[in-house]
Design a protein around this ligand. Structure first.
Ligand code: ADP
Ligand code: MG
Length: 238
């Protein structure tokens, strides 16, 4: 028992340390970015140096993305709970990525099998979950050969309650992308696990935390070269 307490304690400290470090990195990073931008005016006539400046800025943005992700992972904000309509929230999220979907030729089918899609939850945080999952799906389909479809099927279903106190919604995102190799399946929710050159590996770790704090569940099923399905269960209290 004592051992376990010690461990939890140590983990909390590590999380705080990570969050603190991430927070401290952000200020100098902002300074670096604006200084680069200021100095770059002197190089605008030189194409090689301009290219270097663009590269520098994109590297700074990458650090910023990692630090931002680390911060939301290590220091999650409290749930700001209200009645939210999941169907509406998904539509709002889809609106944010309209351009990306169009550019990548991704077709979205959205179907719901229940008329009550309201739950109690944090709208902003859940939107972030849906966004991460949709973007992962788009990225997974991005290199599909032309003959393979690029379809994302989103559905909302009512879960079968085991007893009257456990109503829940099942939200699933099924893509026709490259899938996940068997050996990687168990790692996708781990922080910093990524198979992408430009990935941070924090997206699904953050999703996992958010769903967990909603007392829900998130699971992944995947068949390599066929596609991936992310299932989210969220309790629906009435
Ligand atoms: P990132 O997108 O930065 O790599 P994530 O935590 O969002 O980090 O995802 C972790 C890894 O899980 C990805 O690098 C990828 O290998 C795998 N993954 C997640 N979603 C999908 C998906 N829809 N299709 C295929 N692989 C996926
Ligand atoms: Mg991701």
């Amino acid at each position: 028992r004592l051992k376990k307490m010690y461990r939890t304690d140590r983990l909390a400290t590590l999380g705080e340390l990570a969050a603190g470090a991430a927070h401290e990195i952000r200020n100098p990073l902002t300074a670096i970015r604006s200084t680069i931008q200021y100095l770059s005016k002197d190089f605008s006539a030189d194409p090689v140096k301009s290219e270097m400046v663009t590269e520098l800025i994109s590297e700074v943005e990458r650090i910023n993305k990692i630090v931002q992700g680390l911060l939301s992972f290590a220091r999650p904000s409290d749930l700001n709970t209200s009645d939210i309509n999941i169907e509406q929230l998904i539509n709002q999220t889809l609106l944010l990525v309209t351009n990306t979907l169009r550019k990548q030729n991704v077709e979205v089918e959205f179907e719901y099998f229940t008329d009550n899609t309201t739950i109690q939850g944090d709208a902003e945080q859940l939107k972030q979950v849906f966004l991460n999952i949709i973007l992962n799906a788009v990225e997974a389909m991005g290199k599909n050969p032309p003959e393979r479809s690029r379809t994302l099927i989103i559905s909302i279903e009512k879960g079968t309650p085991i007893n009257t106190h456990s109503r829940y919604l099942i939200i699933s995102f099924e893509d026709s992308g490259k899938g996940i190799e068997q050996k990687n399946i168990e790692n996708v929710f781990n922080p910093f696990f990524t198979t992408k050159e430009e990935g941070t590996g924090l997206g699904l770790a953050i999703c996992y935390g958010i769903i967990n704090r909603h007392e829900g569940e998130i699971e992944v099923k995947s068949v390599p070269d066929k596609g991936t399905c992310m299932n989210i269960k969220l309790p629906q209290r009435i």
